[in-house]
Ligand binder design. Sequence first.
Ligand code: NAD
Length: 337
Amino acid sequence: MKSVAINGYGTIGKRVADAVEAQDDMKVVGVSKTRPNFESKSAVDKGYDLFIGIPEREQSFKDAGIEIAGTVDDMIQEADIIVDCTPGNIGVANLEKYKKEGVKAIYQGGEDHDLTGLSFNSFSNYDDSFGADYSRVVSCNTTGLTRTLHTLNPLCDIGKVRAVMVRRGSDPSEIKKGPINAIVPNPPKVPSHHGPDVKTVMDGVDITTMALLVPTTLMHQHNIMAEIKNDVAIDDVIDTLEKRSRVMLVEASKGLGSTAELMEYAKDLGRNRNDFYEIPVWQESINIVDNELFYMQAVHQESDVVPENIDAIRAMLEMEKDNEKSIAKTNKAMGIF
Ligand code: NAD
């Protein structure tokens, strides 16, 4: 049983904590917060030991009646691996702490690839992080792009990829970032960082991306155009996506024609936090024109990276050599299709 600590119990961190607890080969030894807000309280209510990221704030946690188990430095001592889910760019300072204590760490997509020199996706490059000390699970958008492109590459022999990503303006609880009433090219230049980021986990892929923000909080949406070198039928593409776990074919004609309806479906699935771990691909959108494959997909930004973090733990702690076995184990524990 491996001991996992989650530094940063926010949108991603709280989901990773629950996903770790759902496995039978790892456990949570602590989670961290910087403020005594409702997430701190619910972490303690769930039975997680809560450690504080800013020691000077100890009194404010006491004043709020929230029991703390120590500081992040104490938490690091107890863990075989840290999953760092602090906001982007804070990881640099944390890496010094982890190195000093000789503890392994997994970062998230808000950090640059250069921080660890290694990025992770369960399907495309699990082996690269096997036994590694530091790695980074790529962002929600990069994870979504990689899942479907890597699945389709053996069938299609993909050449140039172009993708336009319509991104949610903010996460649902982020009142300081949203709502926006605009369509914002983000960034207003080409490529967006997503294409280069896919290249960090999918060797040799030729991908260029553009991205914009829109006034929604539910999910991202991707429009993908990929040159294909093999002569492939649409049914083969559907069949290949259907067989891949963590990818789900959905049909607009069955009432799943929007991100809102997808999130309603996620509620019906009855999972923790109504999460949608799979990448839904609209079946009707799949088309091949000349030698180009087109499809549309969505990404539940709050949850698609969560199973990848579990597989990254297994790879880095050398708990499972075979990525497909880890993926299957994670899927089973989390009820992922
Ligand atoms: P968040 O703001 O929701 O949570 C971050 C948590 O870190 C907060 O709860 C905060 O209390 C805690 N924290 C711990 N130490 C801190 C410190 N020193 N300073 C400030 N806060 C500290 O962030 P998030 O959305 O969960 O993002 C975490 C990481 O995951 C980022 O790298 C982000 O880019 C990445 N990511 C986010 C999403 C998403 O859509 N939210 C998707 C994929 C990846």
